[in-house]
Design a protein around this ligand. Structure first.
Ligand SMILES: [Zn+2]
Length: 218
């Protein structure tokens, strides 16, 4: 899926109790694609054309492994499980609601540890969700989600972008979900800069297809 959909989903699902968690979730949903952005940015600055980047360089082992680390089921499920266990039970109720109540116990090492576990959970659960969605909707560009245990890739019948494999329909479906998530998050958070970020995400659903339309048909 497009990065902004991952970010919106992560923030909506795992960011509820406090905005700080929403940012951790948004960052976690972006991190699997981070190696790609950094590499494409660096290669563009070095003067490589996009066609060479995606037809040749993208498929080299080092880049495929960077994608495999970013979208790793073992890494993200391990972190989500560990932080989820740290949060579960009594400690879960103690944070953050108790800390916000009048007369609440002061923030101790224990509560700040719980706060850290909540942030790690929001971050890793979002990264895991991103990886799972990519697992389902990537075809020729599928990732090695179980690397280094296995280099197996699931070649999905549905590609999130390839028109030969339902990519056009999926794009419409994804934009519909994205717009719905923007509305949910817009109502949840009132801060101006959060709302500006949401409007930017919304604009990307128009801008990205428009860019491809212009570059392919112009
Ligand atoms: Zn991805």
């Amino acid at each position: 899926m497009n990065s902004q959909t991952h970010v919106l989903m992560g923030a909506a699902l795992f960011g509820k109790p406090m905005p700080r968690l929403a940012w951790a979730a948004a960052a976690g949903s972006l991190v699997p694609d981070l190696p790609m952005y950094v590499t494409v940015g660096t290669l563009r600055i070095a003067g490589f054309p996009l066609s060479e980047i995606f037809r040749r360089i993208y498929w080299q082992d080092w880049w495929q492994i960077a994608n495999a680390v970013g979208h790793n089921f073992l890494l993200w499920s391990g972190l989500a499980l560990a932080s989820g266990l740290a949060l579960s039970g009594r400690t879960r109720r103690a944070w953050p609601a108790a800390a916000a109540e009048p007369g609440a116990r002061p923030l101790t090492a224990k509560t700040s540890r719980e706060g850290a576990a909540a942030l790690v959970f929001a971050f890793s659960a979002s990264a895991l969700l991103h990886s799972a969605i990519d697992f389902l909707f990537h075809r020729d560009d599928a990732h090695m989600h179980f690397w280094p245990l296995s280099d197996w890739r699931f070649r999905s019948p549905v590609s999130y972008w390839d028109a030969n494999h339902y990519g056009n329909w999926f794009g419409l479906f994804e934009a519909a979900i994205g717009i719905l998530l923007v509305v949910i998050l817009f109502r949840r958070y009132r801060a101006l800069w959060v709302r500006i970020a949401l409007l930017v995400a919304l604009a990307l659903y128009v801008a990205v297809p428009a860019f491809f339309f212009v570059t392919h048909h112009g």
